[in-house]
Design a protein around this ligand. Structure first.
Ligand code: ZN
Length: 402
């Protein structure tokens, strides 16, 4: 992608509308009958769309790099995922639906077990039940809500995991994990990696001490480990960079959180696909950019569940005519990364990509799948170029130079 300053200078505000439909982890590998999930699925509407679109394959980050959904989505939103790295603590906080501000330092926490000699014997406190985790987080929050001028916000995750947000001025994230990473060692306090992180280190270590005191009668969950300290990244918004008025339709907290980080409005929606597509219809007049996220294709890919992954994409297919009936100026259907059911996890393989607009060169690709999209006229390109491409096709970019 051209640099941000150039994008800013070229972007113009227009009435045209863009829909970016992200089927999470849709890219797949051939398995039975040498076919991928997309090749096996009955998806007549997506195939018809591909036959009259410009197609290609995108690399989320770079060739050979397997991404998390966080950086893979940032690319699709037009942000350099290497420049804007979002730390684990922030992603975890977004993942459990916490609202973050630019003054926040977030981290992941574990309840852990300390023996009488002060040695950590279990880094997961025997994987305590989530209900107990909720109780202990409430207890900690009651006893520790402020350290100096820093507000402390604690929220439970699953089993032994929770998130702590330190909210205050002057907190930096250049500090080491407060976690020895292995059993048989004493509590390890955070250390500064930069002198600017002094206040963060003092606050975090004071929290560790107070939390261990509060928890001392709660064996096996009688101490805490903290890691992945990360500041809110303070990204420029899509409005600032691209003059878009964007909205997100997603059901999982992390994706809503990511969308909020880039300044999208998060639209209220229900859990089902029909709810999500209905929300798109209901709000279509109010925004000029829509990000619609389908999560289940990735979830079933991670489970290695070919059949269900096929079913989800077949269901998505049924809504394509409804989306086209809204007459978006640009419709893109793609994934953020591949999650081959064969690998039961994310992978580095490029994503099938389809772009429909009035101004495309229709190519040889006839279907929405990996083998067809590779024949597409857009070839193989970095996902960070998707946003400029969508904007160009929506006539939202001026000429560069005279
Ligand atoms: Zn993903």
């Amino acid at each position: 992608m051209v640099n941000e300053e150039i994008m800013k200078s070229l972007a113009i505000k227009t009435e045209s509308k863009i829909v970016l439909l992200v089927t999470d982890g849709i890219g797949d590998l051939p398995s039975e009958n040498n076919k991928t999930v997309l090749e096996k699925a009955f998806i007549p509407n997506l195939n018809k769309l591909a036959s009259k679109s410009a197609c290609g394959l995108t690399d989320p980050i770079s060739c050979g790099i397997t991404p998390g959904s966080g950086p893979a989505h940032l690319s699709l939103f037009g942000y350099d995922p290497i420049k804007y790295q979002i730390g684990r603590g922030v992603l975890e906080a977004l993942g459990i639906g916490m609202e973050l501000t630019s003054r926040d330092l977030a981290c992941r926490g574990n309840f852990a077990t300390l023996n009488k000699e002060g040695i950590i014997t279990d880094r997961r406190a025997g994987r305590i039940a989530t209900e107990l985790n909720v109780k202990l987080c409430t207890l900690l929050q009651d006893k520790i809500n402020q350290i100096g001028d820093v507000e402390i916000i604690i929220k439970p995750g699953k089993e032994h995991r929770f998130v702590v947000v330190f909210r205050g001025d002057g907190l930096e994230d250049a500090l080491s994990d407060a976690d020895p990473q292995k059993v048989g060692e004493k509590i390890k306090f955070a250390e500064p990696l930069d002198s600017k992180a002094k206040k963060s280190v003092e606050t975090v270590n004071e929290f560790m001490k107070q939390a261990t005191e509060v928890l001392k009668e709660h064996h096996p969950a009688n101490t805490v480990l903290l890691r992945g300290f990360a500041k809110h990244p303070g990204l420029p918004t899509m409005k600032e960079l691209f003059k878009l008025t964007p909205a997100a339709i997603a059901t999982y907290p992390m994706y809503k959180g990511l969308a909020k980080l880039v300044g999208m409005d998060i639209l209220e929606t229900g859990e089902s696909l029909s709810d999500e597509f209905k929300t798109l219809q209901d709000n279509f007049s109010r925004y000029d950019f829509f990000y619609l996220h389908i999560k289940k294709t990735d979830s079933y890919g991670e489970d290695g569940n070919f059949e269900q992954k096929i079913k989800v994409i077949e269901e998505v297919d049924k809504y394509i005519p409804e989306v086209l009936a809204l007459k978006p100026d640009v419709l893109v259907v793609t994934g953020d990364h591949s999650t081959p059911a064969l690998m039961k996890g994310h992978s580095w393989h490029p994503n099938p990509f389809v772009l429909f607009s009035k101004y495309i060169r229709v190519d040889e690709a006839e279907q929405f799948n990996e083998k067809e999209c590779v024949k597409g006229g857009l070839g193989r390109f970095p996902a960070v170029d998707v946003l400029p491409l969508m904007m160009a096709n929506a006539l939202k970019l001026q000429k560069f130079g005279a």
